[in-house]
Design a binder for this molecule. Structure first.
Ligand code: ADP
Ligand code: MN
Ligand code: MN
Ligand code: MN
Length: 335
């Protein structure tokens, strides 16, 4: 019985790394990443090596069921290594591994809201050819063929993620027509980031079948249209315990001193999205507040009322790398 293992990795594309994958045929069923062989690829075709020394190594680190191929087939998240086994410069997971380990006692949880936009050719899905739909207003969480576009893909993607065993916590239609969101978590740092990358791969993959592409660009349409973000809801054990609100406020103060360092890791072209309009805070400012969707960090109403809970970092853009974003959140707030 042959098993298909889809090895998935992040390439060296700049300024935003993209996903690549290829299929390895195995002779037996596997149940953990450690049973899988390392593999190689041509790094000169992925912006990860020069042509004259092009072999990079794929090291399997996380697996789940392949819900598209079914049976015993699997999806395999990989770290990219140099041919001598050292960490490749494009491998952002390796750093999160160290940070997650170093601060494991904090028991950090992450819930990430992944927004994205469907495109059909050059137009957002459902938009009139060369024109614009009605102004924003009715589309967020809307229903009806004139309000939401691409629901069949969204539902398929949700089914696939759940079948793969990913920890999705919800989906919704977004403010701009053709734009959607799903949430992953709450999970620990490596788990949420691995699952986020696999869920993105599934999104691109299932959209192929519909002849539609999903983009994570933070501002897919210029002008008076919402951008696409990836809010990170974050808590540590102390934040979740009685009196945790003090820990949350203290974390916000620490975050205020590292705004630029965070923005640098929160996705390319984010300045097009963080304008101060469309439920964002300007990229040049840092503010936090209870229930404030115009702030950099929102403390949810429930958290303020209970006196413990979590914070929402609203700055990360849809195309951020969750390995880097989760790492710096822990580093800044737990140090
Ligand atoms: P919003 O109101 O901003 O749209 P969502 O419901 O889309 O919020 O997303 C909230 C996310 O926060 C979910 O993924 C949820 O699992 C996550 N979450 C809930 N509690 C915590 C917590 N204590 N720590 C981290 N994340 C959490
Ligand atoms: Mn949301
Ligand atoms: Mn949203
Ligand atoms: Mn949010």
């Amino acid at each position: 019985m042959k098993v298909m293992a889809e090895y998935i990795w992040m390439d060296g594309h700049l300024p935003t790394q993209k996903l690549r994958s290829k299929t390895k045929i195995l002779n037996k069923k596997v149940s953990s990443a450690s049973e899988l062989p390392d593999w190689g690829f041509d790094g000169s075709s992925t912006n990860q090596a020069e042509g004259n020394f092009s072999d990079c190594l794929l090291k399997p680190v996380w697996i789940c069921k392949d819900p598209i191929r079914g049976h015993d087939n699997i999806l395999v998240m990989c770290e990219v290594m140099n041919s001598d086994g050292s960490v490749h410069s494009s491998n952002t997971r390796a750093h999160l591994r160290l940070i997650a380990d170093k601060f494991s006692k904090e028991e950090a949880w992450f819930g990430i809201e992944q927004e994205y936009t469907f495109f059909e050719g050059r137009n957002p899905l459902g938009w009139p050819e060369g024109g614009y739909p009605a102004p924003q207003g009715p589309f967020y969480c809307g229903v009806g063929a004139d309000e939401v576009f691409g629901r069949e893909i969204v539902e398929d993607h949700l089914d696939l993620c759940l079948e793969a065993g990913l920890e999705l916590s919800g989906i919704n239609a977004e403010v701009m027509p053709g734009q959607w969101e799903y949430q992953v978590g709450p999970l620990g740092p490596l788990e949420v980031a691995d699952q986020m990358w696999i869920s993105r791969w599934l999104l691109y993959r299932v959209s192929e079948d519909y002849g539609v592409s999903a983009t994570l660009h933070p501002k897919p349409v210029k002008g008076d249209w919402n951008g696409a973000g990836a809010h990170i809801n974050f808590s540590t054990k102390k934040m979740r315990e009685k009196g945790g609100i003090k820990v949350i406020e203290n974390a916000c103060e620490k975050l205020s001193k590292k705004h630029d360092e965070h923005i640098a890791l929160y996705g390319a072209h984010n300045e097009q999205r963080l304008t101060g309009n469309h439920e964002t805070c300007s990229i040049r400012e840092f503010r936090y507040g209870v229930s404030d969707r115009g702030a950099s960090i929102r403390i949810p109403m429930q958290t303020a009322n209970d006196g413990y809970g979590y914070l929402e970092d609203r700055r990360p853009s849809a195309n951020m790398d969750p390995y880097q974003a989760c790492a710096i959140l822990i580093e800044t707030t737990c140090r």
